[in-house]
Write a protein that binds this ligand. Structure first.
Ligand code: AMP
Length: 213
């Protein structure tokens, strides 16, 4: 299964991707997670990405495409993958197309998840992430056992700079301007299936299961 998840920040792409990983035994490829891991390890790429991310802006397409090319060359991507947060612009989608042609692969489906902006702001404001291992919690839906401490590794939980209210608005604007046009791009290839992202984690999961039937 080779799948793209498209949707505004906070719609639940990462959460649902993790459930799909268990079901299909294929990796989740989240460019946001890859960039945050580079920031944690203070790599050159991390330092470059940080300024864009903290402002709620997109990291340049060539940087993202280089990162994806390297990731796709790893053995675990052969049978399939869930692309979460990539592509995010038309040039990234075109770059992905070229790469897939070159390695003889085809996408199976592009899932579009939707939710209204009020719900997205509510969810993102309640999101907490672990500084050490990157695990993600939501104070509303999946709270940690003890506030501020990661259940998995004991690391400190923090609110991402880009999950603060001013940056969230920016990210939603960026989504509408730069990412939403991908829906038409993939509609032309007949790959789009739409899923309502407004319910609970299991309700949305059920919607995805039906959309993939
Ligand atoms: P995410 O975790 O997917 O919400 O991504 C967090 C931030 O990382 C975004 O707001 C962007 O600054 C950056 N980012 C992640 N994926 C991409 C991408 N495909 N293209 C450009 N920037 C990205």
């Amino acid at each position: 299964m080779k799948m793209i998840l498209i949707g505004p920040p906070g719609v639940g792409k990462g959460t649902q991707a993790k459930l799909l990983v268990k079901k299909y035994h294929i990796p989740q490829i989240s460019t946001g997670d890859m960039l945050r891991s580079n920031i944690r390890n203070d790599t050159d790429l991390g330092q470059l990405a940080k300024t864009f991310m903290n402002a709620g802006k997109l990291v340049p397409d060539n940087v993202i495409l280089d990162m994806i090319r390297t990731r796709f060359s790893e053995a675990d991507c052969r049978e399939g993958y869930i692309l979460d947060g990539f592509p995010r612009t038309i040039p990234q989608a075109e770059g992905l197309d070229l790469l897939l042609n070159k390695i003889g692969q085809k996408l199976d489906v592009v899932l579009v998840m939707t939710a209204n902006p009020e719900e997205i702001i509510r969810r993102l404001s309640s999101r907490r992430s672990c500084r050490e291992c990157g695990a993600v919690y939501n104070l509303l839906f999946s709270p940690p056992h003890s506030a501020d401490i990661c259940d998995h590794c004991g690391g400190e939980l923090y609110q991402r700079d880009d999950d603060k209210p001013a940056t969230i608005k920016n990210r939603l604007n960026v989504y509408e301007r730069q990412t939403a046009p991908l829906i038409e791009f993939y509609q032309k290839m007949n790959l789009i299936r739409k899923v309502n992202g407004m319910g609970t984690i299991s309700e949305v999961g059920e919607g995805i299961r039906k959309a993939l039937e």
